[in-house]
Design a protein around this ligand. Sequence first.
Ligand code: FAD
Length: 379
Amino acid sequence: MDFMLTEEQELIRQNMREFCKNFVDPIAVEIDENSRHPAELLQKLAEGDWLGMPIPQEYGGAGADQLTFVIAVEELSRSCASTGFTLSTHAGIVCMMFLLFGTEDQKKKFLIPLAKGQHLGAFALTEPAAGTDIMAATASAIIDGNDYVINGTKTFTTNGPTAETYLVFVWTDKAAGRKGMSTLIVPRSAPGLRVGEHFKKMGLRSSQTSEMIFKDCRVPRENLLGKEGMGLQMAMTGFDHGRIGIAAQCVGILQAALDESIRYSKERVQFGTPIARHQAIAWMIADMATALSAARFLTYHAAWLKNQNKPFSKEAAMAKLYASEAAMKHTVKAVQIHGGYGYCKGAKVERLMRDAKITEIYEGTSEAQRMVISGNVLR
Ligand SMILES: Cc1cc2nc3c(=O)[nH]c(=O)nc-3n(C[C@H](O)[C@H](O)[C@H](O)COP(=O)(O)OP(=O)(O)OC[C@H]3O[C@@H](n4cnc5c(N)ncnc54)[C@H](O)[C@@H]3O)c2cc1C
């Protein structure tokens, strides 16, 4: 068993850290406060070949393995969890689904601009009445001549207002149950597609989240990804990949919480001594550091399994479950360590705590992860 990262992986970590110092840290507070999509930062990420990291070079990507990609998402999230999530959704789920299920023509037409960062991707599964219970979805598509005609509403679509390419999950044969859903590629320019409500959120505010409304929206039949009826299976595969990305996002949040807690507790003096010397504070930091290591190992393990082409669905769910709950718990502790200052705008831990909460909800709630894990271990 080898726990060492390769030289290349260490270099990627350093490069991303440098990138964050130059381009992310200077705007992270402002884009959170204004809930602003940082188009200029996405442009820089594209120029640095970060947006197609796990995609082979022949399709416009950087050809990195899953663990290397995880390290980049982790480092980016350490500076800005919103941008880390944008990268994870775009490259880790949308680009990955094109790579796994797309035809050669679809890869040329859609994946290359996505992987080069010329277009942003989105994954539209959730509906107003269908979150965890995705079988309650109602969006559907029927064939009319050479087109699919889509009707329905998707909600909470990350990158909804900013994406060029959407993967949309619709019933093509509702009566077939789990084998009745299909995935359609919908370009932003498709007639009948409209961006609905933009959500104002507690955290992750510079990541854009919206409703997507499809009214007699037409896409050509060749925009079917994979085969008809494979949509649900493909969505679950997308989640398996995405959950490793969310776990990496949580590791970045945890690392930032630890960095801030160590720095502040050494600076802040109460009762004539830095608060780090009070055992209650030192033990909170010890627990945080331990949780960070555990979260990182679970996350890297899931990524390593994917690199080995071994099953990783259970491990991705475990990593996401553990890392998200640890991120929530320990960002609350980080605020506690900062006292009143931690509760005020301007303290990074305040943003980290707000950003951490969503990681327990999206790409399957903690309860959904426990369903996946127990389903695997109780088989
Ligand atoms: C910021 C943000 C970004 C998102 N991005 C995307 C995206 O890009 N694409 C996309 O498709 N979706 C996205 N989502 C949607 C997200 O995946 C859903 O919010 C999530 O799956 C939960 O669904 P829900 O909100 O409808 O909650 P519900 O499913 O209504 O759940 C409510 C509560 O009930 C619990 N619950 C539900 N069923 C059970 C059960 N059987 N047993 C035990 N407990 C249960 C849940 O765990 C939760 O605690 C995003 C959401 C947010 C907030």
